[in-house]
Design a protein around this ligand. Sequence first.
Ligand SMILES: NC(=O)c1ccc[n+]([C@@H]2O[C@H](COP(=O)([O-])OP(=O)(O)OC[C@H]3O[C@@H](n4cnc5c(N)ncnc54)[C@H](O)[C@@H]3O)[C@@H](O)[C@H]2O)c1
Length: 382
Amino acid sequence: MPPVYAGGFSFRAPVRAERAWGDTLDAMVKMPADLVHRLQPLVAGQMFCVTGGAGFIGGHIVDALVSLGGSVSVIDDLSNSTAEHLVDLIELEPQRVRFVHGSILDDGAMAEAVAGAKVVLHLAAVGSVPLSIANPERTWNVNAAGTMRVLQAARSAGVERVIYSASSSAYGDAPCQTPGANAAPRRESEAPQPLSPYAAAKLAGEHAVRAWSKSYDLSTLSLRYFNIFGPRQPADSAYAAVIASFARRLVLGESPIIYGDGTQSRDFTPVASVVAANLLAATSTKDLCGQVVNIGTGVRTDLLTLARVMAERAGVSTPMPTPVFRPARQGEVLHSQADISAARKLLDYQPVGSLDEALGETIAWYRNQAEVGGGGLGGANR
Ligand SMILES: NC(=O)c1ccc[n+]([C@@H]2O[C@H](COP(=O)([O-])OP(=O)(O)OC[C@H]3O[C@@H](n4cnc5c(N)ncnc54)[C@H](O)[C@@H]3O)[C@@H](O)[C@H]2O)c1
């Protein structure tokens, strides 16, 4: 059995140069020490259920919860992940980590997963826009109906709060956008305009999350994520997220592939920020009322710039690898940037770390995977 966090990513000390996570585990992502000290007493000794906790973002949240002294029950059908990381965690903390291998659509499995939990962090989803266009029914079942099943299981088990991982894809394109035009940061008050079955289903999940908060004794919140990236994100399929794909290709000495002309832009958000947002939401004493808040950085970067910066970070900038251009993908927005003022106000959220630093850590992780021949350059089906 490999040691815990066998991906080879070396944990770097938290921002204040002080080891701030729990003593037994090194978390993959860095958190400011003051945030950790604030969260630790609120998380320690509490029980959380993480749906999709074997996945990329869910796995980092599980690490953080366990590191802060919490207990975690994970449900995942492993349709886009493996149990490898969880198995390592369970070996290390058998009393505090539980894994239910099953689907959120299976009420029995859900009941088992939420038993005893105070808060459910709901991340399980079919997470790809192209996949949703190819198979809209599965996406709708898991992302929309599945969210309703999670809410129902939470109600039945007397869970206090459900935090839903929503998606900025709900916004769609702002009216009259043209390539290269300046897109304004998206505000939660804007009418959503989903462009794909994935976006529509994630939006339906938000509506359910809000309605269940209004109709039942359940505190809920939707966190709309903007392009999350970091170590352990699947990188090797046509559905891979752009930073994972660029990083993998650069460390393998290949040119990045850009779908479209590269002027499209995104608010690329380090996974540490999403971990922080989930922990703040899970432990907030405020009445969350089913609201929706954006989780991003508030800054957007176009893909041509991203490719250049990442090539520099990967040390392959001379000569600069020329990106390979492919036709733009259906259902994808041109520009995406978060206005994060609502999350700042409600949760005291602030982005963790800088883009440059997080890109460096992410590339280092993929390089390490390439060197050790690890599975981290792969991924299940996206
Ligand atoms: N990664 C991003 O940039 C991003 C952006 C916006 C929103 N989100 C949302 O964040 C969440 C996590 O995304 P991620 O990037 O970690 O994706 P991921 O695919 O790595 O994680 C999702 C997990 O859910 C599991 N899953 C899928 N269907 C399931 C089912 N029926 N029952 C149980 N488990 C199931 C998968 O096996 C996987 O482990 C998703 O809800 C996604 O929509 C992600």
